[in-house]
Design a protein around this ligand. Structure first.
Ligand code: ADP
Length: 458
């Protein structure tokens, strides 16, 4: 199951507690108000009955009743009975048909039909031998009606409150966690572009909380990392630069020595080995210098509209010549759509092909075949360099672009130090394109690059 996001988890937590608190509060409130309503109704009934005694008078042995006795006030009906429970005067509510026994001074609940009634009887002595009973009746159901309204209101309010809590909780959590999202986005961008100069930059505003502190710490760490990397790049650049002069001197000296006539064959052989290794070192430092300049954004490149078909043909011929010089019988074939024009840096484009073709020859069969295709749909140029050589194992396909990574460590030297494809990828990406590889171990490889005809990165 997909992991629940922190936002959802926190929202559920708020909502759960809100439900708990609201239910508890409503439960207490409703039970209190129910009791309150019932006891208030009871008190009202008793007071009204007690007060109604004032409406009764005995004048010349005759019972006189004030009209107030007949008035139904506060939903209370009053009626008068003699000692034998014979109805004398008053009003009985509709629906109350029961005729309960008199129970002097005690409120009772009587159910008649669907309605609950409160009945309160009170004896009242009008004269020595003349006692009457005043009965007050009120509908308990009517009193409860008000309570029911409160309950219904509470039941509607409860889901509204829950939804409101969930919505507000979610929005609040989202707002609070937004900086975390921002941090994640920055990290992803840094990973994608390998650009350590980016910062989260959340601590600069008014925000002063734990998350802005985290962002500040993160930015500090990025700053330090950036400095370390800058120093490292500078170091690589300086070293490569500094090595160029001694290597040139070694090469020049080797050349001078080889011109001497009094050298033995053994000495000549040894000087040639030194010269070969110095040339490999020169190639490697050139690649390193190129990459460190590229990292520092100092590698110059000037795209111009060029005929790539012709340029590719030139590169192919040059590589064919070099292969022959190295004693290889590889056949290099150029299958280019004619007159493909695109905006590229000439030197960089030649370098890209040089690396790809020299790899295809080097990792190809001794008498293998290398094919270079070039085509364009008018928007993008698509190039392919295919060989029928050793191929690359699937687990190495991702890593061959890393610096100094060599999939086949048995083949070392001869200028192959594991930097070529890093250079190639930088060139393609700088031109706004992409490069990828298809390969089968033991069958061969195809490197495919695509670059836009018009350069937008200029
Ligand atoms: P290198 O200078 O060692 O050739 P690259 O960066 O050009 O370095 O290539 C990295 C690794 O990718 C090589 O060491 C090799 O293992 C593998 N590789 C590159 N091109 C080919 C190819 N055409 N066929 C097989 N393996 C290749």
């Amino acid at each position: 199951m997909k992991q629940m996001s922190l936002k959802i988890k926190l929202t559920l937590l708020y909502t759960f507690f809100m439900i708990l608190v609201t239910c508890a509060a409503l439960g207490i409130l409703l039970s209190l108000s129910s009791r309150e309503i019932l006891s208030a109704t009871q008190t009202k009934l008793e007071k009204r009955v007690q007060a109604s005694a004032d409406y009764l008078k005995l004048a010349d042995g005759e019972l006189e009743i004030d009209s107030e006795f007949y008035t139904v006030s506060q939903d209370i009906y009053l009626s008068l009975y003699d000692e034998n429970l014979y109805f004398l005067y008053g009003k009985i509510p509709y629906g109350f048909n029961a005729l309960p026994q008199i129970e002097d001074g005690r409120t009772r609940t009587i159910r008649d039909g669907d309605i609950d009634w409160y009945v309160y009887d009170m004896s009242f002595r009008l004269a020595e031998n003349y006692t009457v009973y005043i009965r007050g009746v009120t509908s308990l159901t009517d009193a409860e009606e008000g309570y029911m309204v409160t309950t219904r209101f509470a039941l509607i309010l409860l889901p509204v409150l829950i939804v409101l809590t969930a919505v507000i909780g979610y929005r609040f959590t989202r707002r609070t966690l937004l900086p975390v999202k921002e941090i994640t986005r920055t990290v992803r961008e840094i990973r994608a572009d390998a650009d350590l100069s980016r910062r989260v930059g959340l601590h600069t505003g008014h925000r002063q909380d734990e998350i802005s502190e985290l962002a500040a710490t993160f930015d500090e760490m990025l700053g330090e990392l950036d400095q370390v990397f800058q120093r490292e790049k500078q170091f690589t650049s300086d070293v490569s630069h500094e090595l160029r002069t001694p290597i040139s001197v070694i090469l020049a000296q080797c050349g001078t020595c080889l011109e001497m006539d009094d050298l033995t064959e053994e000495q000549r052989k040894q000087i040639r080995v030194i010269e070969k290794k110095a040339k490999e070192m020169a190639a490697m430092t050139a690649q390193l210098l190129f990459l460190s300049r590229a990292d520092q954004g100092r590698q110059p490149w000037n795209p111009e509209r060029l005929n790539l078909s012709e340029l590719t043909q030139v590169a192919v011929e040059e590589q064919q010549f070099l292969a022959k010089e190295q004693g290889r019988r590889t056949e290099i074939v150029c299958r280019c759509q004619p007159d493909i024009y695109a905006e590229v840096d000439e030197t960089l484009y030649l370098r890209l092909l040089e690396n790809l073709i020299s790899n295809a020859v080097y990792y190809g069969k001794e008498d293998g075949r290398v094919e270079i295709f070039l085509e364009s749909d008018g928007r993008r140029v698509r190039g392919r360099v295919t060989d029928d050589g050793i191929g690359i194992a699937p687990e190495n396909l991702e890593r061959i672009w890393e610096r100094f990574y060599r999939a086949d460590t048995s083949r070392t030297g001869e200028g192959h130090s594991g930097l070529g494809l890093s250079v190639v990828r930088w060139i393609v990406r700088t031109h706004g394109g992409e490069i990828y590889v298809k390969s089968r171990l033991g069958e061969g490889s195809t490197f495919i690059f695509e670059i836009p005809v018009k350069n937008e990165k200029k």
